[in-house]
Design a protein around this ligand. Structure first.
Ligand code: DTR
Ligand code: ZN
Ligand code: ZN
Length: 351
């Protein structure tokens, strides 16, 4: 049989076409792994820092260089790259979820960072989050490099343990300091659109966990006069923390469970929530001073949202305590939570 020869130029054009098509497909896939505007980052690992305070020092150095860590700024980008580098050296793959913040006079493109443990049940995810952005004009170390640093250290510790039954997912939210907490709200909306809300068994929030005149406060899941129903299961999450603090003879108090921060979008979607808080500009009571030390009558954080929220504006012992409590909760909840009916707490609670 005679074979017809295809002209060389045609072959070359065909090959070029295939290469172009493949390039377009690869670019599209890079932009939408798992859909929802998620972008998986190729990040070079960096030398690992092994304490929450060590991360705080890095965040302070970046704030010195860039001025602040407000959403959409070079300071936020630099801090995000630091978080991603640390996660990469701990063995995590990281993703950025981009979204737009609309203010009265501008649109800010920014993102949240997500990472998760491997090998656990992906349909029963324990989620932990802290906002990485800060207010403009402040190093924003207590609010909220503290939560971001504690979470980073917990992620590092968890990577060294055997994967639990459940997946643990970490989020460093991109824009908590804007109205409506657009980072966490966008994330929950996307989950809803993808019919994946029910894969999130719990959400734990860490916003301000190293205040200089600190209290140790838990979001109060017993709050029954709130506008929003406390999602079932929240009391069980709270108990994981109270048990831990009680076992260390560490006093604790409570704060409003749905105060303005990134847990709100999860609670509105009826996902059980919990969280820790060490105080902002409210005054410490004399009872709190007896329980936790420090200065009664003075603000828990006198530099809340101020340029003075720097490395001198934190209590390193509170940061360590909160980090240990978060690590404990993450490990326990990774072993068992959310796959069976959760009952109410009946133990003693303070406050
Ligand atoms: N909204 C937070 C700080 C904040 C103030 N009080 C609480 C209570 C519970 C969690 C957080 C907060 C911010 O400015 O980011
Ligand atoms: Zn704030
Ligand atoms: Zn905050």
């Amino acid at each position: 049989m005679r074979r017809r020869r295809i002209p060389r130029t045609l072959l070359a054009i065909g090959a070029l076409g295939i290469v172009a098509l493949l390039t377009v497909l690869i670019l599209l896939a890079r932009d939408r792994p798992g859909g929802s505007g998620m972008r998986t980052e190729e990040v070079a690992p960096r030398a690992q820092v092994t304490s929450a305070y060590g991360h705080l020092e890095e965040f302070q150095a970046l704030a010195d260089e860039h001025g602040d860590r407000a959403a959409g700024t070079s300071g936020h980008e630099a801090a995000a790259e630091y978080v991603e580098g640390q996660l990469a050296s701990a063995g995590y793959e990281t993703t950025r979820q981009y979204f737009t913040v609309e203010t009265w006079d501008e649109e800010i493109e920014t993102f949240s960072i997500l990472a998760e443990t491997k090998g656990g049940n992906e349909d029963n995810v324990i989620m932990l989050g802290a906002h990485l952005d800060g207010v403009p004009g402040s190093p924003a170390i207590n609010d909220n490099a503290s939560g971001a640093a504690a979470l980073l250290e917990v992620a590092r510790r968890l990577a060294q343990e055997d994967a639990g039954e459940n997946t643990v997912r970490f989020a460093w939210w991109g824009a908590e300091e804007y109205r409506g907490f657009p980072g966490s709200s966008h994330y929950v909306e996307e989950l809803d659109e993808d019919d994946e809300l029910e894969t999130i068994a719990a959400y734990l929030n860490f916003d301000m966990v190293a205040s200089p005149n600190a209290v140790v406060a838990l979001y109060d899941a017993r709050d029954d006069d709130s506008r929003l129903n406390v999602p079932d299961g929240s009391l069980d999450l709270m108990e994981v923390f109270t048990d831990y603090f009680d076992s260390r003879d560490q006093p604790w108090i409570t704060t409003s469970w749905n105060y303005e921060s990134d847990q709100v979008a999860f609670a509105e979607a009826d996902i059980p929530v919990a969280g820790l808080f060490s105080g902002s500009n409210e005054r410490k009571s004399s009872r709190e001073a007896r329980l936790f030390g420090g200065e009664g009558g003075a603000p828990r954080d006198p530099n809340y949202h101020q340029p003075g929220d720097d490395l001198d504006n934190v209590d390193p012992d509170t940061l360590d305590l909160m980090t240990d409590a978060i690590a404990h909760a993450a490990t326990r909840l990774a072993q068992d939570f959310g796959t069976q009916d959760s009952g109410a707490l009946d133990g003693d609670t303070q406050d």
